[in-house]
Design a protein around this ligand. Structure first.
Ligand code: EPZ
Length: 420
């Protein structure tokens, strides 16, 4: 297994490009199940989750070719509807094939994704919504067995909790359903917006895109025609590198970003004392004269993203004072705390609220990644820790960050990937 070795204390500088958003690309790949023609997808991030989804689609009978960040996918040839456990267990976002397979074929079996480090992560809201649309759902030997022999029917769905992949699954299910589906309390993340825009371009009438109420006129089984997609930039990757600049109090530039997707993160960094130069698709963060402590409450978009919580906890260690971070979406998303404490951080936990003492004097240590975003927080802490930090189990990182150590090295960090 690989690990990252980081020697802290280096100021950063220069510019790096941001890749396409993993969490936009995953639903878009699942949506190809609805397309009657091959589609070219550009700005596809080369991360393991994307290859896992492509493998899953291939196992169902789709064909794809990928060169660099461009993939050509033809899912019209899909002739199997069982998403197997051995692939789904690697990536819970495989559940995004449930809605498309069911609405296209009238039956499918998708392995239950199971929980992960950050929480139990149920899919009850996905299943309840599909039942509202006329599906018969059974759970058999760890699989969701779904049937809708007459196809899915439009329905009014109110999500009890805002769910990103839940909204995406139902939007895709509704795309080929018979009649109108109204989704209330829908997720509004930019990744959900791009999926809706692509489906609308493919021939589905969708109103309310970007709002928490979506109105979808199903095509009644008619497949969609989409020729080309360019995946939106990854707002979480970009936020992570802004934190790399902030934690080392350096001036760095990110290109190929969409800063309108990052308002909560940028404002939070400004609150901490950092300044920015913002251009059309680039953003430069500049050093703060004094790094102020901060209060963070994670929330659904456009609130502060839970996927940036761990990175800001590392950054808060450099503030002049104590910060508080309340994680409101997931029940166990503080796995990075114990590892940061091993580096000398002083963090107290009270249920889902962390108290983070600033002016930390971090020392390099061997630490273990537990989930995708926690891993990036440990790398950020390593950038400023005295001495050498080794981050182990970085397969978590490889699921969602393209060439992280190369990009940080480009910015001047002393970081290398080694084998255990
Ligand atoms: C998406 O996960 C993202 N993944 C996550 O990013 C992100 O952290 C999360 O949204 C929240 O923004 C992808 O888009 C592939 P949810 P998702 O359904 O859709 C509860 C990363 O780091 N819930 O919005 O699985 C759930 O337990 C990943 O890239 C139910 O109770 O999250 C959670 O508490 C990590 N029942 C809350 O809702 C359900 O049926 C939000 O979950 C569904 C969700």
């Amino acid at each position: 297994m690989d690990y990252l070795e980081i020697t802290g204390g280096k100021r950063l500088g220069g510019s790096i490009a941001i890749d396409g958003a993993k969490n936009a690309a995953l639903p878009l790949l699942a949506a190809t199940i609805l397309f009657k023609n091959p589609v070219t997808i550009d700005n596809l991030p080369n991360v393991n989750d994307i290859f896992t989804m492509l493998k899953l689609l291939e196992n169902l009978g789709a064909r794809f070719a990928i060169v660099g960040d461009r993939a050509k996918i033809d899912a019209s040839s899909i002739d199997r509807t069982i998403a197997k456990y051995d692939i789904v267990r690697k990536m819970r976002a495989s559940i995004l094939t449930l809605g498309p397979l069911l609405t296209r074929f009238g039956h499918c079996e998708v392995s239950l994704p199971g929980g992960c480090a950050i929480g139990q992560r149920p899919i009850d809201l996905h299943l309840k919504a599909l039942e509202m649309m006329g599906a018969e759902i059974l759970i058999e030997q760890g699989y969701v067995v779904a049937r809708a022999p007459q196809g899915l029917k439009g329905a009014t769905i109110v999500f009890d909790k805002i769910t990103v992949t839940g909204t995406e699954n139902i939007v895709m299910a509704a795309a080929l359903a018979h009649g109108r589906t109204r989704i209330l309390n829908a997720a509004k993340e930019p990744e959900v917006v791009q999926l809706c825009e692509v489906l609308r371009e493919g021939g589905v009438s969708i109103e309310g895109i970007g709002s928490d109420e979506l109105l979808i006129e199903g095509t009644g089984g008619e497949m969609l025609k989409v020729d080309h997609i360019t995946v939106i930039p990854d707002r979480i990757e970009a936020g992570t590198y802004l934190c790399a600049g902030a934690i080392t109090n350096s001036k760095i530039t990110l290109t190929r970003v969409n800063h309108s997707h990052m308002v909560a993160v940028i404002l939070k960094l400004q609150e901490m004392g950092f300044d920015f130069d913002i251009e059309k698709d680039a953003i430069t963060i500049k050093p703060a004269s004094k790094i102020r402590p901060v209060k963070i409450y994670t929330a659904e978009y456009p609130g502060f993203p839970t996927d940036m919580q761990a990175q800001f906890m590392a950054l808060a260690l450099t503030a002049e004072g104590t910060s508080t971070i309340e994680e409101r979406l997931f029940e166990n998303r503080f796995m990075h705390v114990s590892e940061l404490i091993r580096m000398g951080a002083r963090i107290t936990l009270n249920q889902n609220t962390a108290g983070v003492e600033g002016d930390a004097n971090l020392k390099g240590a061997d630490v273990m990644a537990t989930d995708l975003r926690a891993s990036s927080a440990l790398v950020l802490a390593g950038l400023i820790a005295e001495g050498t930090t080794r981050v182990h189990r970085i397969y978590h990182l490889d699921r969602g960050y393209v060439k992280l150590e190369e990009k940080l090295r480009t910015l001047g960090a002393d970081i290398k990937r080694l084998k255990e």
